[in-house]
Design a protein around this ligand. Structure first.
Ligand SMILES: [Zn+2]
Length: 150
């Protein structure tokens, strides 16, 4: 019978990793999966998912001195809409909505984050341009400490 795990060393006896059998992998995969990178670096970032149920909740308890407002404007690339729900295809994705009136959108054109804040009598909007989160030197984050390749 094949050993369930092989410990791999290079010529200088440096520990390189562990090779495990498919049977063992099947058992431990659920525990290991959260620690593995969720996607390959060369794959495009997935688009955020919408939280329409949060939006519905906000509109249900709409407590502002103006009607529900569907306008979104990206302060970064200039994309805009008078009704984000009706664009075909959609220009903006609604990524979060809080009962306090803060709603965030994802601009599909430039990936900026648009934060609309609803106050009693006014709405403010601010745009945070998308930052490339992929740091080429960033290897991994361990307990908040960033480990870099040298
Ligand atoms: Zn934009």
């Amino acid at each position: 019978m094949q050993a369930p795990a092989l410990f791999l060393f290079d010529d200088s006896e440096n520990f390189q990793g562990v090779f495990i059998s498919p049977e063992l992998w099947e058992k431990i995969e659920p525990h290991v999966r959260p620690h593995l990178p969720s996607r390959q670096a060369d794959q495009p970032e997935p688009e955020p998912t919408e939280r329409l149920q949060d939006w519905d909740m906000l509109t249900q308890y709409w407590d502002f001195n103006y009607p529900v407002n569907y306008e979104v404007e990206c302060g970064h690339c200039g994309e805009s809409t008078s009704n984000w729900r009706e664009d075909e295809p959609r220009k903006f994705l609604m990524t979060s909505a809080g009962l306090g009136g803060q709603v965030t959108f994802h601009c599909r054109a430039c990936k900026s984050r648009i934060i609309k804040k609803h106050f009693k009598d006014k709405i403010t909007s601010e745009t945070q341009p998308h930052k490339e989160t992929k740091d080429p030197k960033l290897n991994a984050v361990y307990h908040g400490n960033r480990a870099h390749f040298t």
